[in-house]
Design a protein around this ligand. Structure first.
Ligand SMILES: Cc1cc2nc3c(=O)[nH]c(=O)nc-3n(C[C@H](O)[C@H](O)[C@H](O)COP(=O)(O)OP(=O)(O)OC[C@H]3O[C@@H](n4cnc5c(N)ncnc54)[C@H](O)[C@@H]3O)c2cc1C
Length: 370
């Protein structure tokens, strides 16, 4: 009898560990006992129920345990072997991306056949609190439903426009491995700008392997001395979508209601938090880790460091997103209308110009240490 542990790959197709184990012997699947603390816990529980059903159809029982051996998330490429001509890891995305494009992506591993002498187990029904029921109901259990709504032809031109819904909304499913990037590549390989984002995901995991403490330590060390001014009241206003900047507030309310936020708006909200409010980016990492259904240690940390300016391939510090012009540039009116109540009337908690100047002055204090 072989035990196969499921954590980052909650699927039966394109799962080589499961397929190889079932080719050898009877298999028992093991997953972590669900607990509901974060938004992703809710999504994971929903996806485990689906996995339990799919495994049952293969005659494989799913046993829940307190501890599991965590499998690695599946990436598009075998990134460990992607290195520069000098044999060192890439530090910057674009050359890493180009190196990945030169590589072949492996084929999808077929779903295994039902095992002999099949048996199944029951799956516990948890009584979800109301907030969790809402998040669970928002996300289809079957990733095929999400795929059916995605129009990749619109992606490249519209992906930055939050009102357009031109993105795939697949991140929660990728985060728990309900679908693999290899499966997505098999379907969408001709859509380069979409594949590029999957390679950003590869890059984030590649960077995490080099810097395991990336969620708490800045990759540019001088940022350890950045004069952040932690203020819990300001953080709560940001979390509740009460900053007085409609794009930021709409994004934070989308996050609270659904466990998701559009990427363009994530950048604006994260920039506002670290730069306009001078809050430590690590506090933002933590809040997102609790609220995102697609929470992914590597993606979250790389993106927060990118926005905060302390990542290796980060945007320059002076690139401070303007939440007012981003709203018009990316035509966010319909998005804002969707997520803010009709009687929304919140005064800005900081003045944009003054906050920008304060952030730049704060950066000046550490700039010389670079
Ligand atoms: C501050 C901040 C925090 C973030 N935290 C997370 C996180 O915890 N988990 C997470 O999956 N993404 C995170 N992202 C990246 C990005 O916002 C989401 O992956 C994207 O919004 C998911 O929506 P989608 O599936 O429709 O993306 P699509 O645009 O359809 O992209 C397809 C897939 O590519 C990957 N991808 C897209 N953009 C990025 C990116 N910038 N970096 C890495 N991979 C990317 C994701 O797996 C995504 O599902 C964060 C971004 C920011 C700015």
């Amino acid at each position: 009898m072989i035990e196969v542990h499921f954590h980052h790959n909650l699927r039966v197709t394109d799962n080589s560990v499961l397929s190889e184990a079932m080719a050898q012997d009877q298999v028992v699947a093991i997953a972590q006992q669900p607990t509901i603390m974060t938004a992703q816990d809710v999504f994971r529980y929903q996806q485990l129920r689906r996995l339990h059903r799919e495994l049952a159809a293969l005659g494989v029982p799913l046993v829940l345990k307190e501890q599991v051996i965590k499998d690695k998330p599946t990436l598009l490429h075998d990134v460990a072997t992607v290195v520069t001509k000098q044999g060192t890891p890439y530090k910057v995305f674009t050359p890493f991306y180009k190196a990945c494009l030169k590589r072949n992506v492996r084929s999808v591993v077929a779903k295994p056949m039902q095992q002999e002498a099949p048996f199944t187990t029951d799956f516990p029904q948890l009584a979800l609190p109301q907030w969790a029921q809402k998040i669970s109901a928002y996300w289809p259990q079957d990733v095929q439903e999400v795929l059916a709504n995605f129009t990749p032809q619109r992606y490249a031109a519209k992906r930055d426009f939050p009102s357009e819904q031109a993105i795939s909304y697949l991140s929660p499913y990728l985060a728990v491995g309900a679908i693999s990037p290899v499966q997505l590549h098999a379907t969408f390989s001709e859509y380069e700008s979409f594949i590029r984002q999957l390679i950003w995901r590869d890059f984030a995991h590649y960077t995490l392997a080099q810097y395991p403490l990336m969620a708490s330590e800045p990759l540019r060390e001088h940022f350890n001395h950045f004069p952040y001014q932690r203020d819990e009241q300001l953080q709560v206003l940001w979390q509740q979508g009460k900053t007085g900047y409609p794009l930021v507030d709409a994004g934070m309310r989308e996050l609270y209601a659904t466990g998701y936020m559009h990427n363009r708006v994530r950048m604006v909200c994260a920039s506002f938090f670290t730069k306009h409010l001078l809050q430590p980016w690590q506090d933002g990492v933590k809040y997102f880790s609790e609220q995102l259904v697609d929470y992914d240690l590597a993606n979250n940390a790389v993106n927060w460091q990118w926005v905060a300016g302390c990542g290796i391939d980060a945007s320059p510090y002076f690139r401070i997103f303007n939440p007012i012009t981003q709203r018009t540039k990316f035509k966010a009116e319909a998005y804002i209308k969707k997520w803010l109540p009709a009687d929304y009337n919140v005064l800005p908690i900081v003045d944009h110009k003054a906050a920008r100047a304060r952030a730049l002055a704060a950066y000046d204090m550490i700039k010389g240490e670079n």
